[in-house]
Design a protein around this ligand. Sequence first.
Ligand code: NAD
Ligand code: LMR
Length: 326
Amino acid sequence: MVAVAVLGAAGGIGQPISLLLKLNTEITKLHLYDIVRCPGVGADVSHINTDSEVKTFQGATQLKECLEGMQIVVIPAGVPRKPGMTRDDLFNINAGIVRDLVQAVAEACPKAFVCIISNPVNSTVPIAAEVLKKNGVYDPRRVFGVTTLDVVRSSRFIRDIRPEFSCSRSVTVIGGHSGNTIIPILSSLAAELNLSTEEVDALTHRIQFGGDEVVKAKNGEGSATLSMAYAGSRFVSSLIAAVKGRPASECSYIDLDAHPSAAESAAHIGVTGLSHFSLPVALGPDGVDGIAPHDKPGAREAELIKEAVVAIKSNIAAGTAFVLNK
Ligand code: NAD
Ligand code: LMR
């Protein structure tokens, strides 16, 4: 049995990710929750002829019922950016949304894997961690910031300039999920693909600010939804594979206490004094099971890491303070 809940299921990401999860034949129960429009989305998705049972829940009074028995909880609830905004500008609204949803997770399904999509991920994941800690149910192996879209973009953007690069090949992306905290590790690929310094710089910038491309193109109608749904469903598929004993790995923004090798790996690349950082994570039946083999940062990326650490530190502090100072 694999039971998955989507919180924010009627939104721009929520709808297509619910569709993709309904197509995942390993999922047996799919629970969809939102504060609006959820019955329609649920009825629609439930007509797809795969075996999973779809149930719909709407409004805070139905949240706990939605979460009971869930093994994986995917959270794309919250507001998206408009042009001119940073992800941090979403903090004031989304911090409270994530806090309240994770509080319900702590009460109803404390052992579930929690996959956080809501921005700013660099802060919302520490918020989730603090809420679970407050409730005495925190297992750092089971909480993930979903940064898969940065990996998906990296593969695709490299393919745009080197058609011989296979889109299905994964690229290591570490750091966080916002602007200059996103660090694609391109050094060894640069040698393999004969990328010039200018090409590496342009690719790095495009990957870091790929989200802005979509926000600009949508012109006030939100941010990435379809590519995010794809990325999020890929992350969930990897998690399910790991739970079922198949090898899987994904880059994800995790608690560095989740595994001794996480803190070691981070320290090795100069990341100290942070509770969270995105690394290539080996996934196992209990979640984070180590660090997956990955390309090592080169000298240029080492500089980017230094900058990212400063920004992520303040994002984490904001998230932590939001829960602890209430
Ligand atoms: P959206 O506005 O289209 O949908 C959000 C949904 O959340 C809505 O249906 C809304 O009703 C619901 N919602 C709001 N408060 C809720 C609550 N308390 N409980 C349950 N549901 C609630 O937005 P979107 O485009 O789907 O984006 C959602 C979030 O995902 C944003 O914060 C966005 O920045 C983020 N995002 C993250 C990534 C990533 O890579 N991690 C990528 C794209 C978007
Ligand atoms: C993205 O990377 O597309 C998301 O984080 C949404 C955004 O605000 O850019």
